[in-house]
Design a protein around this ligand. Structure first.
Ligand code: SAH
Ligand code: SF4
Length: 363
């Protein structure tokens, strides 16, 4: 005799398959209940997806054949499709994901030879509205926000494809996470509760969306905030990070102090080194002065060449010597200053190089 849960049902036959990867536990529970299944099925499916990286229902060996067939008729596991995968000489893997509406985003798996832990860099939007003058995503313009499920499934797709466990996630792919703050916050909770990556292992990078910083601080999560400062003076910052006119540097600094007070998490200050624009010794000194009282680390990012829409590379990376000089002066702040080690430059997976022919031809 068939149990209730194994009774074939064709009422959902015409609907598109519901993707389960990236859903929260309560959402999975809702899904199984709506299918007329007992709640404990959600626990099994959750564990197959998040702990065992299952890609198909056939792998779920503790579910009966009939139940697996029934699930297959209404659902699938991955939400995103891997449209392309590139592997760099240094082991970095860049994934091009096709979203359910056909749009494309990118994620990067960073492998460090000297560490066991793996980091994934995820996108939070398709394109970006901020329009920083040195960033390939900025050149694309804004297309849409990603849902929390789309953010989570980037990490899950990478884990399924690589078979490796990701221990850190940085929201530094395409998009401005704090202009999609509610979905990003939801994804942070799901990273914690389902994917199994604690908030201490998450970094959200922002170009300086003050209301978003305040909103994130309200959650009181120990997430690291990275602020893309890029210039200590208003004039230069307005030129290269256009939202500076909306949220001035002084408001930004106040929001960073408040973020530290709320979360006790040291801020990461990101600073792109553009030759002849942001690498002057006076700027290094001004940077050191303005950061003295902030609990932070400073991360200098030498510019990665990207072409703008006219095919022109607008900026240049400063010489090694100039980079080191800037670092020495910035260290007068008493903070740890590092020059970012670039990953995957040969496959355009480094900071600001996240763009692709697919995205360029969309809309
Ligand atoms: N929108 C967020 C997160 C994505 S960008 C933000 O701006 O913070 C991640 C980091 O890469 C940011 O610090 C960004 O300024 C930097 N970046 C963008 N384009 C770059 C380029 N061409 N070279 C070096 N760094 C770049
Ligand atoms: Fe957007 Fe960040 Fe690129 Fe600026 S640097 S355009 S905020 S993705």
């Amino acid at each position: 005799m068939k149990t209730v849960e194994e009774t074939p049902s064709d009422t959902n036959a015409a609907k598109p398959l519901q993707a389960l990867s990236g859903l929260t536990f309560p959402e999975l529970e809702k899904f199984v209940v709506e299918m007329g299944l007992p709640k404990f099925r959600a626990k099994q499916i959750h564990s197959w997806i998040y702990a065992k990286y299952a890609e198909t229902f056939d792998e779920m060996s503790d579910l009966s054949f009939e139940l697996r067939e029934k699930l297959k008729s209404v659902a699938k596991i991955p939400l995103l499709e891997i449209a392309h995968l590139q592997v760099s000489r240094d082991g970095t893997r860049k994934y091009l994901f096709k979203l359910p509406d056909g749009k494309i985003v990118e994620s990067v798996l960073m492998v460090f030879q000297d560490r066991d832990s793996l980091s994934a860099c995820v996108s939070s939007q398709v394109g970006c509205a901020v329009g920083c003058t040195f960033c390939a995503t900025g050149y694309l313009g804004f297309k849409r926000n990603l849902t929390s499920q789309e953010i989570i499934d980037q990490v899950m797709c990478i884990q399924r494809e690589s078979g490796k466990r990701i221990s850190n996630v940085v929201y530094m792919g395409q998009g401005e996470p704090l202009l999609n703050v509610e979905n990003v916050i939801e994804s942070i909770y799901t990273m914690n509760e389902s994917v199994g990556i604690g908030a201490r292992h998450l970094t959200v990078s922002t170009s300086g969306v003050v209301p978003g910083i305040k909103r994130l601080a309200q959650e009181n999560l120990p997430v690291t905030l990275a602020l893309s400062l890029h210039a200590p003076d208003t004039q230069t910052r307005e030129e290269i990070v256009p939202i500076t006119t909306k949220w001035p540097i002084s408001e930004l600094m106040d929001a960073l102090h408040d973020y530290y007070d709320a979360t006790n998490r040291r801020i990461t200050i990101e600073y792109v080194l553009l030759a002849g624009v942001t690498d002057f010794p006076e700027q290094a000194k001004a940077l050191a002065d303005m950061l003295k009282d902030l609990h932070c680390n400073i991360n200098l990012i030498p510019f990665n060449p990207v072409e703008n829409l006219e095919g022109v590379v607008q900026y240049q990376r400063p010489s090694r010597d100039a980079q080191n000089k800037f670092k020495l002066i910035a260290e007068r702040s008493g903070k740890t200053v590092t020059i970012r080690l670039e990953r995957g430059t040969d496959i355009d997976a480094a900071c600001g190089q996240l763009h692709n022919v697919f995205a360029k031809t969309q809309e």
